[in-house]
Design a protein around this ligand. Sequence first.
Ligand code: F6P
Length: 349
Amino acid sequence: MIHEKKSMGKTIGILTGGGDCPGLNPAIRGVVMRAQDFGYQCVGLLEGWKGLVEGNTMPLTVADVKEIVVKGGTILGTSRTNPFKKGTEKQCVENFKKLGLDALVACGGEDTLGVAGKFFKEFKLSVVGVPKTMDNDLSATDFTFGFDTATTIAMDAVERLRDTGRSHRRIMVLEVMGRHAGWVAVYTAIAGAADWLCVPEEPVNVQKMCAHLKGAHARNKVAIVVASEAITIPGEKVEGEELDEFGHMLLKNRGVADRLATIIEKETKIETRSATIGHIQRGGGPTLFDRILGTRVGVKAAELIKEGKFGQMVALRGNEVVGVSLEEATAKLKTVPSDWLRFAEIFFK
Ligand code: F6P
């Protein structure tokens, strides 16, 4: 349903696309609250780019967003809709006009922001990007909100697994999210004092891992492995992976932790169990860090609009939030470099 534009000030549309993560609601609040300082009003587009395709909106007043800083998920809903894949990009441009939008804030990862960049480049839409992803794999920004909350939950899971694992003298494998980049796994392993780490950036060395786990288990009566969901296990052929509208693997049937546990148990002859925390990492209220980061990037997005700086994404650089080109921000995925992996290994003793 298309809501009529009522006031004479600028109207900013806000959408959240891709996988949700804690910090989106603080970002929405940041945009709306700062926009009000400039006399702008905001409107929420429902379920990512789908909201612009269908012209589905909800009001976003200061009263609507006042307390959402504490809430997980996104009050706008989300989807992995790609208008450029569906041939609905012109419909989006028409709806942008029909809704009386002067600017659009797109909160998302590389896919959502890639679409935002295309709308800016090909249709000159006044778009600003806000980076979000629990995977923390966006270039051009030091951190994305969602990552801190997700990793804190994963770190807690390691601690719980260690307790039960030690009681039963087992090896425990924890599978965490991170589709193309192992940032969640690396931080979780270091902060949770795990004994081994498997990430998509490097193939698993089964012999080396099992030899180390046997030693760690003998010393500590338990051993913990943190594995990213998209790792490659040598000798395994992954076929027929379902893809989303952006061509990314859905991974919903991967279950690497299970398979890794079976391999480890066979090699080490030590009883091994696995656990997958999956979407639990994406729910719940954001941590303090994610609330503040979400808020800062939301506020900056409204300021970029005020300054007429479109085609930009807000980025965290050191402790500053700055505008960077959307094109630069979505050009390359930020995977884990090998020096981070070697750093994590210092603690596998
Ligand atoms: O892109 C973020 C992410 O959480 C990935 O880590 C994960 O593979 C994917 O989303 C899961 O997506 P969905 O919610 O569609 O299952």
